[in-house]
Ligand binder design. Structure first.
Ligand code: PLP
Length: 425
């Protein structure tokens, strides 16, 4: 009898996986709190919230209850010409929590589509206003906004997207304004803003996730956004990873001292990691530019599963948990534990830098002379974690923790223990 993993290997094609050389996938049959439980009963601690989506633990009973109730009431209805209570309720609740200028919610299916919608909003906003020459986007080097074509175009031109480069529209890249680089990046921005064709600036606020949890301050982001606004350039905060408490506050954009993004993108933690859903919100003047007697000024974008009621119910249930005082305390506890661990290992041999923002901790290891991150260290880190029954996905020589908020101090200690061992590799 073939095992589940062998049956998988015979018929499936996994994301970001070289199917010829990758080990067989680990068959997970159950989830419980921060743990994933394999077919053979082995328990794996989910140190990265299953690609940054899970907030409150796996198979959370409250979300499961709300989802099953919704499934029995209304599983789906098309969202053009129709609406339903959970879509309205979720939008009302989110707008009450988001930066005050956010006025409208547009639903989609995942983080990449949330970004596609944002890009299209910006381009059509200027088109509708009679300024179609404004069509250039600014973005950070090494940023990642998703795998669909528009999202790839505004992301780093890295090895993963190389086969598609000829079809990606041109954008202008800014360096990431990490500490010490702020003035340089502000000058780069000023030079670009002198051009008449700049339409939008898209950024991952405070933490560039896929780049290796690269962090920069809210103050410099605030200044970048302020200068964009002075030139009428629309600013898109891609909070797909940072949203719903990951960086401390509910949304990373809340930490900007003065400015607010014009458009925001969400997914991942939106449903607490239970169902695929994305959404894009925008400020009132953007929405207003689409209002007209002319039907062609409408936003012609939509997906079959737009505002799926079950996903909306999951998002409402997750939001309820996220807003509870208990969740705020969990996030504060995680942040304090990360800060203490950072103090412990910062400066030790083998550690190049430790970064920390809210519930996210990243350790950049010294790869040593002449070592290719991907050929040796990355796979060795991954294997060491799996051998210790911990799920981590190192980004080259950066290993990060981004655990579900319910992860206990004892469970965190298991994760830190693996990070300590990694110094020896
Ligand atoms: N934007 C950011 C900042 C992300 O981190 C990701 C995914 O990692 C995406 C967009 C794309 O989201 P999805 O994988 O749901 O398409």
């Amino acid at each position: 009898m073939p095992t589940l993993a062998e049956r998988d290997y015979a018929v499936l094609w996994h994301p970001y996986t070289q199917m010829q050389t990758a080990p067989l996938p680990v068959p997970i049959v159950r989830g419980e709190g921060s743990w994933l439980i394999a077919e053979d009963g082995t328990r794996y601690l989910d140190g990265i919230s299953s690609w940054w989506v899970n907030l409150h633990g796996h198979a959370h009973p409250h979300i499961a209850e709300r989802v099953s109730e919704q499934l029995r009431t209304l599983e789906h209805v098309l969202f053009a010409g129709f609406t339903h209570p959970t879509a309205v309720e979720l939008a009302e609740q989110l707008l009450a929590l988001l930066p005050a200028n956010q006025a409208r919610v547009f639903y989609s299916d995942n983080g990449s589509t949330a970004v596609e919608v944002a890009l299209k909003m910006v381009l059509q906003y200027f088109h509708n206003l009679g300024q179609p020459e404004r069509r250039t986007f600014l973005c950070f080097q090494n940023s990642y906004h998703g795998d669909t074509f528009g999202a790839m175009a505004v992301s780093s031109r890295g090895a993963f997207t190389q086969p598609f480069w000829p079809l990606l529209f041109d954008v202008e890249f800014l360096d990431v304004p990490v500490p010490g680089q702020e003035q340089e990046v502000l000058s780069q921005l000023d030079a670009l803003l002198a051009r008449p064709d700049v339409a939008g600036f898209i950024f991952e606020p405070l933490v560039l996730g896929t780049a290796g949890m690269v962090m920069y301050t809210p103050e410099v982001l605030d200044e970048l956004v302020r200068r964009c606004h002075q030139h009428g350039v629309l600013c898109i905060a891609d909070e797909v990873m940072t949203g719903f408490g990951r960086t401390g506050p509910l949304f990373a954009s809340e930490l900007l001292p003065r400015e607010q993004p014009d458009i925001m993108c969400f997914s991942k933690g939106l449903t607490g990691g239970t169902l695929a859903m994305g959404l894009t919100t925008c400020a009132a003047p953007i929405y207003a530019a689409f209002l007209s007697d002319d039907k062609m000024k409408a936003l012609f974008h939509g997906h079959s599963y737009t505002a799926n009621p079950v996903a909306c119910a999951a998002a409402l249930a997750s939001l309820e948990l996220t807003r509870a005082e208990a969740c705020t305390q969990q996030r504060q506890r995680l942040a304090a534990a990360h800060a203490a661990f950072r103090q412990e290992i910062e400066g030790l041999p083998g550690i190049r830098q430790v970064r920390h923002q809210g519930t996210i901790l990243a350790v950049e290891y010294d790869p040593g002379e002449g070592t290719s991150y991907f050929s040796r260290l990355r796979d060795a880190f991954y294997q060491l974690a799996i051998d210790n029954h911990v799920v981590l996905r190192p980004l080259g020589n950066v290993v990060y923790l981004l655990p579900p908020y319910c992860t206990t101090n004892e469970e965190l200690e298991l994760l830190y223990a693996v990070l300590r061992q990694m110094r020896e590799l």
